[in-house]
Ligand binder design. Sequence first.
Ligand code: FO1
Length: 314
Amino acid sequence: MKYGKKIVALAGGVGGAKLADGLAQCLEPDELAIIVNTGDDLEHLGLSISPDLDTVCYTLAGLANPDSGWGRDQESWRTLEEIKKLQGPDWFAIGDLDLATHLERTRRLREGQTLSEITAHFCRRWGIHVPIFPMSDTPVRTYVHCQDGRCLAFQEYFVKYHFEPQIRSIEFENMKNAVVPEKALTALKNADFVLFCPSNPFVSIDPIIQIEAIGSIIAQKKVIAVSPLIGGEALKGPAAKMFHELGMKPGSSAVADHYRAILDLFVLDHKDEAQIALIEGWGIICKALDIFMPDRLARKRLAGQILKILDEQT
Ligand code: FO1
């Protein structure tokens, strides 16, 4: 059955991909579009790699590794083992199946296709019906300035150094030159709601909404965000650690505060219910749900509950 309203979801990382999958299970393809962070992208072994795009696509296609949440299910690592033997850069683990995605993406980019065209083609081949867009067809790169003075490209910080360095600030290189795919802008303009998935606010959602062409449309829209933290902790990744290092107490209210200027609605976990009064005091409607998504059914259940909340707002 049709939901009857149009949602644009912004996503990055494993948590974001899970809710995007839940939404895709609940909505018709013309009711949902997903815009994905590409600040995490990197060039590695001569290949153009878009980890967040791949995580979202693999998850919606049912191809993702269920344990890590990134990369492919039923993966083998023979190429990586050979790279290790040859003393090549093996810190970023590319599996044999995943390698095909990066090889073919790189080949098509060199032929002159755009990242959004390539993503649309891959989605068709993987049987994904929901439109998935990179936030930019030109490279925008996230850099992490560390308290020890180093400036690390995002995947170096995240994978090579296991997000151990303490961060001082985050920078998005080439943000001003971002080219948002035209179809993504149209989807945003036509959206009834923009939903920030439970992704890291600093390195997954901020790079998307700080692109002027995207941020200016979102400012006119009803925005709902889902907390990526439960009980002050991230299920995966450095979100809680980042809040702490940037001088804020990690928690769902800190996430809502981060988005405060643009947020209409906020969803947090039942465990964080005590923070509702504070958040509602900022004029943001706040609801508690079970936001933990251990399996596909839980993703669909959470998405369904969020859509019901949105329906009650109109
Ligand atoms: N994450 C890791 O923790 N270690 C890896 O070696 C790694 C490789 C990798 C390769 C392809 C891909 O699409 C994702 C990969 N990830 C890896 C995950 C990735 O670093 C993160 O999911 C995101 O960039 C954070 O949102």
